[in-house]
Design a protein around this ligand. Structure first.
Ligand SMILES: [Zn+2]
Length: 92
């Protein structure tokens, strides 16, 4: 059983099904709710420095990875890697 933890980028539904691949080999998903297709995380580690900074700043304010995940559609894992890199003195 494959668990898809993606959300539709159009309606934020989690009701996605695999729907072939994009030209560059990424998994494509079709949303069952709005019938539009979404691509897999376009660049898992390809956030722009600005986006990354914005997310890290939001983390400092709220300290909630779960919240970040919802707001920015970024995986907790990715953020925790950034946090480790950007806060060497972190106590966690
Ligand atoms: Zn949708």
């Amino acid at each position: 059983m494959i668990t898809i933890t993606l959300n539709c980028r159009h309606c934020a539904s989690e009701n996605l099904v695999r729907h072939g691949r994009t030209a560059n080999g990424k998994q494509r998903y079709l949303c069952r709710d709005c019938q539009r297709s979404s691509r897999e995380n376009p660049e898992p580690n390809g956030y722009t420095p600005a986006a990354r900074e914005q997310i890290l700043r939001a983390y400092e304010e709220r300290s909630s990875l779960r919240g970040l995940e919802r707001t920015f559609q970024v995986s907790r894992k990715t953020v925790s890697v950034w946090i480790k890199k950007s806060m060497p003195h972190s106590q966690r």
